[in-house]
Ligand binder design. Structure first.
Ligand SMILES: [Mg+2]
Length: 152
């Protein structure tokens, strides 16, 4: 998928809501035997990200998202700013985007190439911004050690 190739920095983890993000229904409304079909771009996007070595987690709409992000963060050690989250509910996007730099994208009518591109763009911007901040802190810190150590 060309879109993904255009980005130097990719998220480490993609987190997808299921209902109305990957497929166009609430799964509870369907019979279990039915295998509901995904939005047209959803499968391609999931496969392409996987091919790039990006882990993926899919949640049903009923799970408590922020709890899960905390758990992933502490168990797998994935930094929040390396996570990309896509959901169709603004409430979830608002809640998760407050968590220290998770790139959170509201999808309109299911996930598509547009929302993927938006997500990857914001994600790499977040990453670059955090690297710049890190550099700032590092230079601040090293300046301080320089002045506190005049012999150096
Ligand atoms: Mg949903």
């Amino acid at each position: 998928m060309q879109i993904i190739g255009a980005f130097e920095v990719l998220p480490k983890l993609g987190v997808f809501d299921l209902d109305y993000t990957l497929w166009p229904f609430y799964c509870e409304c369907r019979s279990k035997r039915e295998m509901p079909s995904l939005y047209p771009h959803a499968k391609g996007i999931l496969l392409a990200l996987k091919e790039k070595g990006i882990d993926e987690i899919i949640y049903s709409s009923w799970t408590h998202k922020t709890d899960h992000f905390q758990r992933i963060h502490s168990r797998a050690g994935v930094p929040f700013n390396s996570m990309l989250f896509l959901d169709d509910e603004n409430m979830n996007i608002q809640a998760v985007s407050k968590m220290g730099g998770v790139t959170s994208i509201l999808v309109g009518d299911g996930v598509n190439l547009g929302s993927l591109r938006e997500g990857l763009t914001q994600s790499s911007r977040n990453w670059n911004a955090s690297q710049k901040n890190k550099q700032k802190w590092l230079s601040k810190y090293s300046n301080k050690t320089d002045t506190s150590n005049p012999a150096a």
